[in-house]
Ligand binder design. Sequence first.
Ligand code: STX
Length: 318
Amino acid sequence: MRDFYPELEPFESGLLEVGDGQQIHYEVSGNPDGKPAVYLHGGPGAGSSPDQRRVFDPAEYRIVLFDQRGCGRSLPHASAPEADLSAVTTWHIVADIEALRSHLGIDTWLVCGGSWGSALALAYAEKHPERVSELVLRGIFTLRHSEVDWFYEGGAAHVYPDLWEGFVEPVPEDQRDRLVEAYSRLLNNPDPAVHVPAAKAWSRWESSTVTLLQDAAMIAQFTEDAFAVAFARIENHFFMNDGWFGDGQLIAEAARLKDIPSVIVQGRYDMCTPATTAWDLHRAWPEAEFRMIADAGHSLKEPGILDAVIEATDRFAR
Ligand code: STX
């Protein structure tokens, strides 16, 4: 089994002005003359993490990570009281990816993303296929109503009834039939005594269910106040707006990707983005290599997922 490449530090980082008062934090690591690759993080709202550098051979790749609007080290942070999410949408982020590519003088790059990062990678590649040399996608999410309902309206509750009690706890009992909408009211309440506990319950639910075995360090990171508020607000904002694309659009338009060498990696026991989405994508886009990992959940850190992702980036390096 392949493990993460060794830890490494960026040789370049900065804030890119992208308009709408937004600044995007980006960083570059690995080989300055290597093959360009960009990693798209999840959530939306989770921010990039140093481990995401480590799915690329640093001798072969010029590795780009960035924090999507409103999260990580990008500014303004969505946890700020005055934060306005009206310019935080899928298509603004797609435009930011193009702005970053051109700022770095890159013609085409390998695009890797998991979970929400896979949805964003599909949206980006379907809009700008000529800019994408390869796609490596894991834990496929396309933000269809059925997918949001599964994870946030009671599907996954059948597997995690204990943790589900914590998710519904902040929501008044008479509002529990529409949890994403109820959470939108809680998360946008200006009173921190309301929005902070709600954000922590939302983030705890998600971070507790994305690995086969719970990862205490991940849960601690996701339930820290400012992180949780940005993560929950941004995710909820995207779900309330259906990602600003049609239900099923990302899969319906996958034929645009048929000439891009691509790998889809999906864990059989992914409780956050169940395998049905990856399967539907595979059916719509049979040219992409499809790998179902028999003993893995959702996260990049699941051993079988990591192995398959690195196997793909190693192969595409040559
Ligand atoms: N959210 C899917 C997603 O992108 C619907 C995501 N969920 N959890 C994560 O990402 C982490 C692995 C970053 C916790």
